[in-house]
Write a protein that binds this ligand. Structure first.
Ligand code: FCB
Length: 444
């Protein structure tokens, strides 16, 4: 391996991330009702291996074992998400006590081990009952989200150390409602814009609701992808700017008080007079998820319904997902956020970063994943450079603790520091787990 990693500041948080639908299983236990992902995964042709999250990592029953794995890793924080359809099964009305009780047990067992609970309120598993009323296309869902946030904070507000309202609203909008490759599977292209606005409105209302019930910091997590211009014409540059506005600015500008960037083809009538003030409720943290840059040029088809075309970037090594590996992209996006938003930018937490490879258990029962170690090593060096360049970053969370249900890819993409055998539920820490443990322990 290369030179030791540079020192990170004292107090920097090392963590790992997961999400409810991807690990919990137990989808019909203790009063949980279906989410849009339960419905979507039952629709033929939606998930490559035809799988569902019905069992996933069985974390709902095995959380104690998983908390022990977290303790063995020595992480200071664990980011998990709360399943709305467990806590408020139909998306309205009182809390389901059994649903809240699960997160109560999880939070207490984390605190017992000295691990800070970091809770995401929405990681894409909307109650199906709300989808039946229009999902995030319906303005009412924003108010429902704030009510649900209050129910959760009423129970956990004294113990969760960092709150994240939404996870990657861009991905949920574009994959779920624009292209239909994620739940709820709607294909509305730019007619999906209300999904952006209602998620942001829900975020703003939830920030205010949470403030009343917790003294812990509150933020939102966005996915960022530096745009790599592929082409040299004015049309290519315009396409790159349009994509950048959609992916990188649509969910950041309004939250930081700048209003909406111009997005071609969207209907501004969705936005009511006071909405932008609600959305700009002050936050204490910006969650940044980074996986890869995106190649963009002008559409080659003049009839394209999109104002850009995405181009695979072949000058980078790729993960088993085909995602380009570019640590410099992390430095670029962080310094770019710092430059663009200046004093309006709250402290950043890298709430996800990681990679999938075809990790297997060898004849000795070990799972060696040198590519993941190299990936994390490279990205942490890039992060350190960004911090040295003045960006205020408070923590880094590896995606993910466990191999898990990777949405439309089912169980075919392994992102974990811990290998999971989905037939036996046996957990095997990979080489990267030991590497991260040593790094956290100051031995790297
Ligand atoms: C992110 C998601 C997370 C996981 C990783 C690989 O976009 O937030 O749930 O799927 O990608």
């Amino acid at each position: 391996m290369s030179a030791p990693l540079p020192e990170f500041p004292a107090g920097f948080t090392w963590g790992v991330s997961t999400s409810a639908y991807q690990i919990e299983g137990a989808t019909s236990e203790d009063g949980r009702q279906p989410s849009i992902w339960d419905t979507f995964t039952r629709t033929p042709g939606t998930v490559v291996d035809g799988s569902t999250g019905d069992v996933a990592c069985d974390h709902y029953h095995r959380y104690a074992e998983d908390v022990a794995l977290l303790a063995g890793l020595g992480v200071g924080a664990y980011r998990f998400s709360i399943a709305w359809p467990r806590v408020q099964p139909d998306g309205t009305g009182p809390a389901n006590p059994d649903g809240l009780a699960f997160y109560d047990r999880l939070v207490d067992s984390l605190l017992d081990r000295g691990i800070d609970p970091v809770a995401t309120l929405f990681h894409w598993d909307l109650p199906q009952a709300l989808e039946d009323k229009g999902g995030w296309l319906a303005r009412d869902t924003a108010g429902r989200f704030a009510d649900y946030a209050s129910l959760v904070a009423g129970r956990l507000g004294d113990r969760v150390k960092l709150w994240i309202t939404l996870n990657e609203p861009f991905v949920h909008m574009s994959f779920g409602y624009g292209l239909g490759v994620h739940a709820p599977g709607r294909q509305q292209l730019f007619d999906a814009f209300p999904v952006a606005h209602h998620q942001l409105l829900g975020h703003g209302l939830a920030v205010t609701a949470l403030r009343a019930l917790t003294g812990s910091p509150i933020g939102i997590t966005n996915n960022y992808s530096p745009v790599r211009l592929q082409g040299s014409t004015d049309a290519d540059r315009a396409a790159a700017a349009a994509y950048d506005a959609l992916h990188n600015r649509l969910f950041t500008d309004p939250v930081l008080g700048r209003g909406y960037p111009e997005i071609p083809g969207t209907d501004p009538s969705t936005v009511h007079a006071s909405d932008l003030d609600i959305i700009a409720a002050p936050i204490d943290a910006l969650g940044v998820n980074y996986y890869n840059p995106t190649g963009v040029r002008a559409p080659s088809d003049p009839d394209s319904p999109l104002p850009f075309e995405l181009v695979p970037l072949d000058s980078y090594p790729t993960t088993s997902f085909g995602w380009p590996v570019d640590p410099d992209g992390l430095h670029e996006l962080l310094t770019g956020l710092h430059r663009e938003y200046g004093d309006d930018l709250p402290p950043i937490h890298i709430t996800e970063g990681g990679c999938s490879y075809e990790d297997t258990i060898d004849a000795h029962g070990r799972c060696d994943d040198p590519e993941r170690v190299a990936y994390l090593d490279g990205h942490l060096r890039a992060l350190h450079r960004a911090m040295a360049d003045g960006v205020d970053v408070r923590g880094y969370y590896v995606w993910s603790l466990l191999d898990n249900f990777e949405w439309a890819e089912g169980y075919t993409k392994r992102f974990g520091l811990v290998h999971v055998d989905f037939d036996t539920q046996s957990r095997t820490p990979k080489t990267s787990y030991a590497w991260y443990r040593d790094l956290i322990d100051g031995r790297a």
